[in-house]
Design a binder for this molecule. Structure first.
Ligand SMILES: NC(=O)c1ccc[n+]([C@@H]2O[C@H](COP(=O)([O-])OP(=O)(O)OC[C@H]3O[C@@H](n4cnc5c(N)ncnc54)[C@H](O)[C@@H]3O)[C@@H](O)[C@H]2O)c1
Ligand SMILES: O=C(O)CC[C@@H](O)C(=O)O
Length: 634
């Protein structure tokens, strides 16, 4: 068994900012003063008193008295508060309801808050009613709070200590809380350990005194080897998100309990190496280069999310060899790129961009010269993947004839026609648009020779990847008039952040639309990516499933039922599966389900086992010579 029961241990848990995310009295003040002018001022004063009391700067009794005097609440407000608190139970407590029911005889809620709002919340979560110790309000006949029961020990200085003395629990006492009064239980010698709980608030003076700092209940349960919903506490795992990925991603990882850091820009190799040492999940967009060196310095890295389509910025082969799965968002911004390409193509065919620049400079250039409709023209797409295909549908709707060239045989949609050579496409197209992927071999795919094969006066678009085009040759083709107009969104060297200057030979050329790699940068696309990619990453982290992965054996796994899941990533050489199963056989492990998928380089075997297995198997599985990574889920 991987969990033990601490039969002789009692868990004394604080309520405000520990069991729930908020301070009950502060919230009661806010509710009772809703709509009143002085609300913010009074609530602010109450909060300040709460903080000073919790941090030990003010005697508890003083703080309580002053707060109750400021309050003007009644029974109805308390009921509203209870409803509000139901949605404010700390996430890690909600996740571990099972722990509360399993240990209900050993769990005590000891709070200087008020029973009227604490008891309904904690008993709904499984705590025994007679194990709730808190203050109580005094109400007048109209139901208004007029004070509190000052004979209750918890209303006094050192109240929690006195209460625990009275309880005289017959075993070890572990205290979990965020306030100084919780630490005082440890200081008094009545508690064996004090765990400073920082999921909701971190109080320096309290942290300094703690035996352990736990950022979630999961971490407390993990430290004490108690049964829990997360095999390894997510609050100990770091998620690093770069390049200002959408806020939705931050929200999704935070809600699951991870430590999340979001940076606006990309990092260079050395900066990333420094940062990635303790990172388990990395999220990037197109500018962060995840090189071999970066991966070699990322011992805890499990998974990378490319919050975009392209994955050429990641050394996929090394990631695979090191057991790091990579996911992307293959469709979330496709439409945004297509719309931009269509818009640019029309602007360039009409010379609108150039005319607009002239007019900004006071030049009125009304003429139809070099201004054409796109209807009836040929658009040539190099790369007929997701973007190419969608663009072909829209272009046909505009009355264009679609030609495409792709490395592989593709089903042409509608009237689109596949060209057998690149030259065949270049020599016929009025608009040439690039939609190839960013593989290395596509470097300089379009250079001097290819420009010379294009029709005179062609419109040229690159919204794929910068290295695919020889920029010098493009600049020459524009200057010579071969190209009548170009739109370029991607460049071989792109600034890492908005603060860096953009350098390029294309700057200042006429009828050239330059955009800062924003083909996929619409609110719609970013919001969609911001949800799509975290879902993939969380599914991998939580279930081991690799559906939609870019560089890994792909498996879709059933949900885990009454079993533990062992995930073993190994070098794909003959005999590893028999070694894995040999260990299960040796310890008589009851296998509930097993799934294996391999790629050329690695094998990924997932085994669901009945929970009563011997702990030794974990070490033995890790020690198999070919093991790359091992983890467990339950
Ligand atoms: N500008 C932006 O903001 C932006 C946004 C999204 C995607 N992109 C880029 O657009 C490109 C296309 O995206 P997608 O989703 O359509 O990719 P995709 O993988 O679905 O399609 C790429 C297609 O190009 C073909 N191809 C590759 N190399 C080729 C070559 N040398 N000659 C001919 N065909 C070749 C492939 O066979 C494939 O059909 C990618 O480079 C992607 O990174 C840019
Ligand atoms: O958002 C980005 O940084 C990249 C967008 C695009 O190039 C992609 O690959 O999806």
């Amino acid at each position: 068994m991987l969990t033990k029961t601490l039969e002789q241990t009692y868990f004394v848990i604080d309520f405000d900012s520990t069991f729930t995310k908020v301070e009950g009295l502060d919230e009661l003040a806010a509710i009772s003063l809703a709509g009143q002018k002085n609300r913010d001022e009074v609530v602010g004063k109450i909060k300040e008193l709460t903080d000073r009391g919790m941090a030990g700067e003010l005697s508890f009794e003083q703080a309580l008295q002053m707060r109750i005097e400021l309050l003007s609440a009644n029974r109805e407000h308390v009921e509203l508060l209870v409803d509000f608190l139901r949605g404010k139970v700390s996430d890690s407590f909600t996740r571990n309801k099972e722990f509360i029911s399993e240990y209900r005889d050993q769990i005590y809620i000891v709070s200087s808050g008020f029973r009227e709002f604490i008891e309904p919340i904690v008993t709904e979560m499984g705590v025994r009613e007679d194990h709730v110790f808190a203050n109580t309000f005094r109400f007048d006949e109209a139901g208004t709070i007029i004070g509190y029961d000052d004979t209750n020990v918890l209303s006094k200085n050192g109240g929690k200590v006195r209460l625990l003395q009275q309880l005289s629990l017959p075993g070890d006492v572990y205290v979990i809380g965020d306030g100084y009064t919780d630490y005082e239980l440890r200081e008094s010698g009545l508690a064996n350990k004090f765990f400073a709980f920082t999921e909701n608030i971190e109080r320096q003076k309290v942290i300094e005194k703690a035996d352990h700092i736990v950022t979630s209940l999961d971490e407390f349960l993990y430290l004490n080897n108690l049964s829990r919903s997360q095999s390894y506490p997510k609050s100990k795992l770091k998620v690093l998100l770069l390049e200002n990925v959408h806020a939705r991603a931050v929200e999704m990882f935070s809600r699951e309990g991870f430590q999340v850091e979001l940076l606006k820009g990309a990092l260079d190799e050395d900066e990333l190496i420094e940062k990635i040492k303790d990172v388990s999940i990395l999220g990037i967009r197109s500018k962060t280069m995840v090189t071999k060196r970066v991966l070699e310095n990322a011992p805890r890295l499990m998974v990378i999310g490319a919050f975009c389509i392209g994955t050429n910025q990641i050394d996929l082969a090394t990631a695979e060899e090191r057991g790091v799965a990579v996911f992307n968002a293959p469709y979330s911004n496709t439409r945004s790129v297509v719309e931009m390409a269509v818009g640019e193509m029309i602007l360039l065919m009409r010379g609108i961009y150039e005319k607009s620049v002239k007019l900004h400079n006071g030049v009125w250039d009304k003429s139809a010269n070099n201004s054409n409709e796109v209807r009836g023209k040929k658009i040539g797409m190099i790369g007929y993947g997701n973007i190419g295909i969608q663009l072909s549908v829209v272009a046909e709707a505009l009355g264009m004839e679609v030609l495409f060239y792709d490395l592989v045989e593709k089903l042409p949609l509608s009237n689109a026609r596949q060209c057998h050579t690149l030259e065949e496409l270049l020599s016929q197209s009025d608009v040439v648009t690039l939609h190839v992927d960013g593989r290395k071999s596509n470097a300089m795919l379009i250079g001097e020779k290819e420009f010379s094969q294009m029709k005179d006066g062609v419109v040229f678009l690159n919204l794929s990847r910068g290295h695919v085009v020889d920029v010098k040759a493009l600049a020459n083709a524009i200057k010579s008039g071969k190209i009548r107009g170009a739109a370029v969104d991607v460049f071989p060297q792109e600034p890492k952040t908005n603060d860096e200057v953009f350098e390029s030979e294309l700057r200042g050329l006429p009828n050239v639309i330059l955009t800062p790699h924003i083909g996929g940068s619409t609110e719609e696309a970013q919001a969609s990516i911001g949800e799509f990619v975290p879902n993939k990453l969380l599914s991998y982290v939580n279930t081991g499933s690799t559906y939609g992965v870019v560089n890994f054996p792909e498996v879709t796994l059933p949900p885990l039922h009454d079993a533990h899941r062992l995930l073993h990533i190994h070098q794909n050489v003959p005999g590893v599966l028999s070694k894995v199963n040999g260990i299960f056989a040796k310890y008589g492990v009851n296998i509930v389900g097993q799934y294996l998928k391999t790629s050329e380089k690695i094998g990924y075997v997932i085994t669901d086992v009945a929970k009563n297995y011997s702990k030794e198997i974990v070490q033995e599985l890790k020690e198999i010579e070919e093991t790359i990574k091992f983890r467990m889920l339950y």
